[in-house]
Design a protein around this ligand. Structure first.
Ligand code: SAH
Ligand code: F3S
Length: 476
């Protein structure tokens, strides 16, 4: 699943029979990041125990749930538009319950119920265990809301119901929340304090996936390298942990090593790495294990130290470059991708040029690029001026997108005339005769199907052509 590039992703309808015994139907649509997608699988699991199966047909739904994203204004507008489409359905079926989950629910809280009259249920990302109770409260037409954030909730014991997937790739959440407080970002407000999940429950989930035929696991966290298990509680309280807890704490490099060793036949990916928290130890673990994919998503946001400071990012341009050099040295075949924001408060033309020059230095494989969108309640909103005109933001955005396309093409060319191990993930969207899958470096490759291959197989593919977005090859 790809994150959005400039355009916000449309919602993804998630369907999978939860239990043959279930009679009620929920229509569950997820917006935004992979974490939301993963949360929707937890929601499906919780509601499966309440008698709900998923459906892709709005008309037959007893319950509609939108798992929403607040990251940019446009993401919120998309959800508002979607909600307005439900008016007609609700008129025909007054018993229908409509719920908003996730970051928009958390950001707007009860205001949502005032603003969107057809919404019955508002539930924040840490309150999904309360869904069965909240739903009971809506039985007689009342509204229900729970937007409490938690310092402990990781849903560690809940087995997600894998939705809409291909049966071979899955997400496993390992941290929730974020303590970083980048000045532009709404996530620390909508997802609360950073906390790590018990490593035993992570390993258990990974092993279950392996037993169920899964071949690739992506470990997820807003700030994954900052994972730290010391017995529970928020990361920022680690200083208060006992000596024993401190001595037996597990960091991300150790966890990654444990997962790679426990599931040697499974590919492991992880996202998202924050430059300030990504340490060499993780790179050595990556280099040591063949089953850890050689790909790091390393958002930079800007190539200019002064902009990074205004963004409250905890690293400079030079520190980022140092880290990239280390990646190239320790994991030489590693692909790197980025997130970049153009037109942040006060961004000068020189600062923008520094972003372009950093991109050329790193030679990113791929990137997610966005024009800055002011978010209410953030430090940038309160203390800085969103002063870059829309035309300049979008011109700069075009420049970085164009450059990224050139860089992507250059990187893709380096994969040509080589044999790559590819996990078959499904039939190519363009041709029924072709499979698609990804190489370790995360680039998508399409290749002609053969009689003896199926989804979930690892195959060796000789890459013989490419565009800036896709590799083309043949099974050998
Ligand atoms: N650590 C997170 C980042 C979440 S937000 C993760 O797991 O990916 C994803 C990206 O959205 C950020 O890296 C940033 O580039 C972009 N973004 C966040 N807030 C934004 C805003 N206010 N305007 C534009 N883009 C934003
Ligand atoms: Fe947002 Fe920065 Fe955290 S981008 S998710 S506050 S690392």
């Amino acid at each position: 699943m790809e994150k959005e590039i400039i355009e916000e992703r449309q919602g993804e309808i998630l369907v999978q029979e939860c239990s043959t015994k279930n009679t009620k139907k929920m229509f569950l649509e997820s917006y935004g990041c992979q974490m939301n997608f993963s949360d929707s699988e937890i929601v499906a699991s919780i509601l499966s125990n309440e008698g709900y199966n998923t459906t892709s047909l709005l008309e037959e739904a007893d319950l509609i749930l939108l798992n929403t994203c607040s990251i940019r204004d446009k993401a919120e507008q998309t959800v508002r538009k979607r909600l307005s489409q439900f008016n007609a359905i609700k008129r025909k079926n007054p018993n229908l319950v409509i719920g908003v989950l996730g970051c928009m629910a958390e950001r707007l809280k009860a205001k949502f119920l005032e603003e969107e009259h057809l919404v019955d249920l508002v539930v924040g990302p840490d309150a999904y265990r309360d869904l069965p109770n909240l739903l009971k409260n809506t039985d007689d037409g009342r509204n229900a809301i729970n937007v409490l954030l938690s310092k402990e909730e990781t849903y560690a014991d809940i087995s997600p119901i894998r939705l809409g997937g291909n049966g071979v790739t899955a997400f496993v959440s390992i941290t929730r929340g974020c303590d970083n407080m980048c000045t532009f970002c709404v996530v620390p407000f909508t997802r609360g304090r950073e906390r790590s999940r018990d490593p035993h429950s992570i390993l258990k989930e990974c092993k279950e996936l392996r037993e169920n035929g899964y071949k690739e696991i992506t470990l997820l966290g807003q700030n994954i390298d900052s994972y730290l298990w010391y017995g529970g509680g928020p990361k920022k309280d680690f200083s208060k942990a006992s000596e024993l807890q401190k001595a037996t704490a597990i960091n991300f490099a150790q966890l990654l090593n444990m997962v790679a060793e426990a599931c040697p036949e499974i590919r492991i990916r992880f996202s998202t790495s924050n430059p300030q928290d990504m340490h060499e130890e993780v790179l050595h673990v990556m280099a040591k294990h063949n089953n850890i994919c050689k790909y790091i998503h390393l958002p930079v946001q800007s190539g200019s130290t002064s902009v990074l400071q205004r963004m409250n990012r905890q690293h400079t341009r030079e520190e980022y470059i140092y880290l990239v050099d280390k990646i190239r040295e320790i994991v030489p075949d590693c692909a790197i991708s980025h997130d970049i924001i153009t037109g942040f408060c006060g961004e000068t033309e020189e600062e923008h040029q520094e972003t372009l020059s950093l991109m050329k230095y790193v030679k990113y494989d791929f990137g997610y690029m966005f024009a800055y969108s002011e978010r209410p309640g953030t430090v940038a909103h309160k203390k800085m001026e969103d002063d870059i005109p829309a035309e300049i933001k979008s011109r700069r955005l075009k420049e970085i997108i164009n450059l990224q396309q050139e860089l992507s093409l250059e990187r893709m060319k380096t994969y040509i005339n080589k044999v790559h191990e590819v996990l078959v993930e499904g039939t190519s969207k363009k041709s029924k005769e072709q499979w698609y899958g990804r190489i370790s470096q995360n680039a998508v490759v399409v290749f002609t199907k053969t009689d003896n291959t199926k989804v979930g197989d690892f195959v060796n593919v000789l890459v013989n052509g490419c565009t800036s977005a896709t590799l083309i090859g043949e099974i050998i």
